[in-house]
Design a binder for this molecule. Sequence first.
Ligand code: SF4
Length: 551
Amino acid sequence: MTATPTAPSRPRRKRGEGQWALGYSEPLNKNEQSKKDDNPLNVEGRILGIYSKKGFDSIDPADLRGRFRWMGLYTQRAPGFDGGKTATVEEEELDARFFMMRVRTDGAILDAHALRTLGGISVEFGQNTADITDRNNIQYHWIRIEDVPEIWDRLGSAGLTTLEACGDSPRPFLGSPVAGIAKDEIIDGTPAMDEIKRRILGNPEFSNLPRKFKTSVSGHPSHDAAPEVNDISFVGNVHPEHGPGFDVWVGGGLSTNPMLAVKLGVWVPLDEVADVWEAVCGIFRDYGYRRLRSKARLKFLVADWGKDKFMEVLEGEYLKRELIRLDSPGVPTRQGDHIGVHEQKDGKFYIGAAPVVGRINGEILNGLGDIVEKHGAAGVRLTAWQKLVVIGVDADKTEAVVADLKEIGLDARPSNWRRNTMACTGIEFCKLAIVETKARAAALIDELERRIPELDVPISVNMNGCPNACARTQIADIGLKGQLVMDEDGNQVEGFQVHLGGALGLQANFGRKLRAHKVTSLGLDDYVTTVVRNYLTDRTEGESFATWAAR
Ligand code: SF4
């Protein structure tokens, strides 16, 4: 048989990606247009001067669904929202008239005053809601626009802010929960984080990025601030001549096209971290793709350029000097979540404790403030795993603190399931969600604690309400991505696509998406039980869950 001749293909002209540095100044989508129409930071003035006084109906829709995010405010899913089946997303949003508010802590220690401030806001203005997110934030729901100025005043009195906690901006930073106190720390990154924050928060030079830009800084050898999945991470390393500093990892991120960060293999001293941060963020602002929202993260640019070109632009165009080369730090000896009682380098102790999937409330925050004051502790830091760490406890008070934490629902000696399970906001409040997560994950933990109470290796479960991976679907041993699935009777019901064998740290890898492994929410307890029991029976000596799942 003769093949049909095909017309010679003409080389296709590559479409521009809307990169400012290549001359694209005209916005190529509505988000870019909105940012060009008005600097999103200006919305703060309108919230204070107009919207909070005149109420929800006075809010310009372009601010409501766009620029409010730069102030850490998202409209909340209306109760009973049905995914737009009977009403548009906009109609349902307007029906809600309440906001989710995100408060950034950026790895800071929250003292008794800060904890009570956060607790008081939750009780008075947020219907007692508060979640610890996996990005060191406290997230409220049910916030009314009229209350925002008072909330901002109170947060300000505790050194806290919601500024640029959302939006196409430098999002809240992840820091090491044990920065400056851990015995085995390589270097304390706190001064660098403070300096970055001082330079860029509210700075219009960095307030119009192609999309979000996530930062992680940790000098702890356990890589406890998830460096693999941030846009930029400073990771503690030691130069044989110059001493402790940081390597720089760029272009990590999850969501629908997950990529692990690329290690640049450099050594940056503490006082130059902010300069390098500005340079990398500048590359993202100027060269980042702005045409398609789905490609507007730094990871796509890093993937297209590769490490060598990225370094060439970073050093040649932005820093105008060469960075010191140093092989990237090896993998951590363990993944640090800092749960339990640990001695600090000053002889005091820190105590990591687990709520259930990050869900706390205003009363718990107030209770934490009381515990910190009663026992003379320094305060509390949040972790990248929806948990918290009480810092600076005297040796003779550790057991009393552990008991008091337990009293308010925070467990310093949690089961594997409570310790290693995270869940995103889900359908209760998130407009993008397809399924329920927080309550479902809490029920799963209860059931697994009953069915498999003892485990000799940690197994993590991350539950997400949609493909966006806010609770990091792809890097858990058992990652659950919310979607509608068919039940046995052919009905569409809430369920999950399963990813098995993901990990950070020692075996950083994305879990395998097994097409056949879709499970209804109702069948989840049995599914997880079966998978875990199969692993426990089938594993070879010392074989991790991730290695077993990859067989
Ligand atoms: Fe919402 Fe999806 Fe993120 Fe969950 S993963 S909080 S459902 S956007």
